[in-house]
Structure formats: C-alpha cells, structure tokens
Design a binder for this molecule. Structure first.
Ligand SMILES: Cc1cc2nc3c(=O)[nH]c(=O)nc-3n(C[C@H](O)[C@H](O)[C@H](O)COP(=O)(O)O)c2cc1C
Ligand SMILES: CC(C)CC(=O)C(=O)O
Length: 360
C-alpha cells in the first residue's frame, strides 16, 4: 500500500484495518450525524487570505500554552481505548505526539494506565476527566496525574451522558472484555458489563456512572483538590466561556465532541469567533472537530484558537502502523500547516488573526 499523502488517505487505509463495529464507533456521530457533517462543511465557509513579499524562510510553529512549550500548535484530543485499534495503545500514540512536538491528552477511558503512558511519553501530557457520580475517583485520578507529571486536567462538560449513537445501537457495540478502562478499574463496573443486544454499552454505562447533576458550583470541589490547571472541553457559547473564566478555568476547548454528543449542535468553527471575542484576552481558547489538513488548522487559528486538537485521524494512523502511523499523521498535519504559513506570507502564528480568513 502506498504511503498516505493526506489524512483522508490515512482514514481509508486505517479504517480498513478495523473491525466494522470499531470503525463505526470511531467514525460515527450522534443521532442523524448532522453535526458531524456540518462541522466538516464549516471549514469550506472560510478561505485563506494570503499576503505576499514577506520573508518566510523561517516559519515558527512553536507555541506556549499554560506554561508548556509545544513545537507545533497541535494536540491529540482525548479518545477512549486506543487499544481498540492497535495493541500498543496510548503508549504508542503518546510517543507519536512527543515526536511531533504535539500535546497528548489521555482519556479517563484510556486502555493503559496513566503512569505507563507517562513512562512512554516524550512530550507534555494532560489528563481528561468525565464527572463521575463516584466523584472521589476524580480526586484520586487528579493526584495520580499530578504525581505522574501530567500538566493539566481537562474536564469534558458536553456529556451529562453519552449520546444515542445510532451506529453503536445497531451494532450493540460494547468494548471487548480484554480492553478495559484500567484507570477506573477499582472505581467503576466495566463498560462490557452493560453490553446487551440492541443497545450501546457505552451509552448505558454513562447513564449509570456519569453525574448528570453537576453544575458550575461543583467545579470548586475539583479545583480545590488539585494543583493542576483545569481546562473545560466542550464549550460552544460565549456565555459559557465567560462562566468558565469566572469559575477559574485555565482554558476552554471549543468542541462539539466530534459530532458525537448533541446532534444539531453548532459547528465548532462557527462558534469559535464569539468565544474568542469573549474570553481569548483572559484565557487560551483551544479548538477541535473535523481538522483534516493544515489549512483547516490555519482557519481555526485565524478565528482565535491557540492550538487545535485532532481526534480520529490519529487513530487512523495508529491503526495503520502503530506509533509510526500516528506520528506520520501528526507530522503531515504539521508540515501542511507550515506550508500554509510559508505560502500565505504568515510565518508566525501571531500572523493568523481574523484578517487571515475571509468568510465566503
Ligand atoms: C473514538 C473516540 C473516542 C473519544 N473519546 C473521548 C473521551 O474519552 N473523552 C473526551 O472528552 N472526548 C472523546 N472524544 C472526542 C474527542 O476528544 C474530540 O472532541 C473529537 O474526536 C474531535 O473531532 P475529530 O475526531 O473530528 O478530530 C472521542 C472521540 C472519538 C472519535
Ligand atoms: C467511552 C466514551 C464515553 C468515550 C467518548 O467520549 C466518546 O466515545 O466520544
């Protein structure tokens, strides 16, 4: 098979290696998948505005975020169970992120221990959490993360429970018993224990285990139990971004969870300007959802994102060739962004302001 030249080619090759139900779980979205499609389409609503006769010999992709230096404004979004697509799992992905100078965000549903992931990683790590009804487990995880060298916690706030994802319902999708959320072992029943015909075990598990009563007032409970900065993922309105800043969030991630939670929710790229207008002068704004090439990343940066996170493409690369495949995906995205910077006469990330894009 030829070396993929685009992230879409990685999708083609990586997805072909997955069992059909895993391919559906990873590729799919919530409900009628309107948000999944609209979030990709939103990138076509913007075009880049190139400047000319600029010295672009030394494009600089480096960025600082919450005290951490990254070689590129790219991170791996938190995703559950990397061992679904490759036995080397999160350790391989974390190594790939380090090689690319990208941030790696470990999911609370990682299939390897956060300590083992940290031991393998060569770059900065954050830990993502869902608010579990057994909230003491969150304080334990926060302490373990701190001890293992993680630099921030990312609380996902768009999932009072996991959405009804029709592909997973049709497949009666469950996580195979040999792949487990090892970091939660002692705290929660396995997702596999919820497996039954005609339902998604992940959805059923979340209805039982996620805390649907959590509000802004509860955030202090978590922040008082850790020294790590708290980042809120899944913000889609200026109002909530302001509330996040007021409640001490260190950053927000503009995200609709890759179209996997509220279907018909606004595409992240459309929500991004109102959010950066509201809070980017106070806290960094991150972005994820549908980034598939360097130009997509550049558009999100122009609309105010400090860095972009990528989800599914990293799993396509991991499925293709483990660490090397995930690293190739991140390098391709980084190299494409560098080319955009050179050819659009914007050699610094600071050159990507609103004037770098035009709405069509
Ligand atoms: C297979 C899969 C698992 C995911 N697991 C999590 C998770 O455990 N926690 C979380 O906050 N987001 C999770 N997400 C959402 C991603 O963090 C991210 O928001 C989304 O995938 C970004 O969109 P993209 O895949 O189009 O790049 C998951 C996404 C996928 C595809
Ligand atoms: C285990 C799930 C809750 C992970 C997730 O967030 C997702 O599949 O989108």
């Amino acid at each position: 098979m030829s070396q993929p030249l685009t992230l879409e080619e990685f999708e083609h090759q990586g997805s072909a290696r997955m069992p059909p139900d895993v391919r559906d779980y990873i590729g799919g979205g919530a409900g009628r998948e309107q948000t999944l499609a609209a979030s990709r389409a939103a990138f076509d609503r913007f075009a880049l505005r190139p400047r000319v006769l600029v010295d672009v010999r030394a494009p600089d992709l480096s960025v600082r975020l919450l005290g951490t230096s990254l070689a590129a404004p790219i991170g791996v979004a938190p995703m559950a169970f990397h061992r679904l697509v490759h036995p080397d799992g999160e350790q391989a992905t974390a190594r790939a992120a380090g090689a690319a100078g990208a941030l790696f965000v470990t999911s609370i549903f990682a299939s390897q221990s956060l300590e083992d992931i940290a031991a393998a990683a060569s770059g900065p790590l954050w830990l993502q959490l869902y608010w579990l009804r057994r909230r003491e487990a969150l304080a334990d995880l926060a302490q373990r993360a701190e001890a293992a060298g993680y630099r921030a916690l990312m609380l996902t706030v768009d999932a009072a429970r996991v959405a009804r994802r029709l592909r997973d319902v049709r497949n009666s999708f469950s996580v195979p018993p040999h792949i487990r959320a090892v970091n939660l072992d002692a705290a929660l029943p396995e997702i596999a224990a919820y497996g039954a015909a005609g339902i998604s075990a992940i959805e059923a598990h979340s209805r039982d285990q996620f805390d649907a009563a959590v509000t802004w007032r509860d955030l202090e409970w978590l922040t008082s139990r850790t020294r790590l900065p708290l980042v809120l993922k899944g913000v889609l309105t200026a109002q909530d971004a302001l509330l996040a800043a007021e409640h001490g969030a260190a950053a927000v991630v503009v995200s609709n969870h890759g179209g996997r939670q509220l279907d018909a929710a606004v595409p992240g790229l459309i929500a991004l300007p109102e959010i950066t207008d509201a809070v980017a002068h106070r806290i960094p704004v991150l972005f994820d959802g549908g980034v598939r090439c360097g130009a997509d990343a550049a558009k999100a940066l122009a609309l105010g994102a400090r860095i972009v996170l990528v989800g599914r493409p990293v799993l396509w690369g991991l499925a293709c060739a483990g660490r090397d495949g995930a690293a190739a995906v991140l390098k391709l995205l980084r190299d494409e962004l560098e080319e955009v910077m050179v050819l659009s006469g914007r050699p610094k990330l600071a050159d990507f302001g609103r004037d770098a894009v035009v709405e069509l």
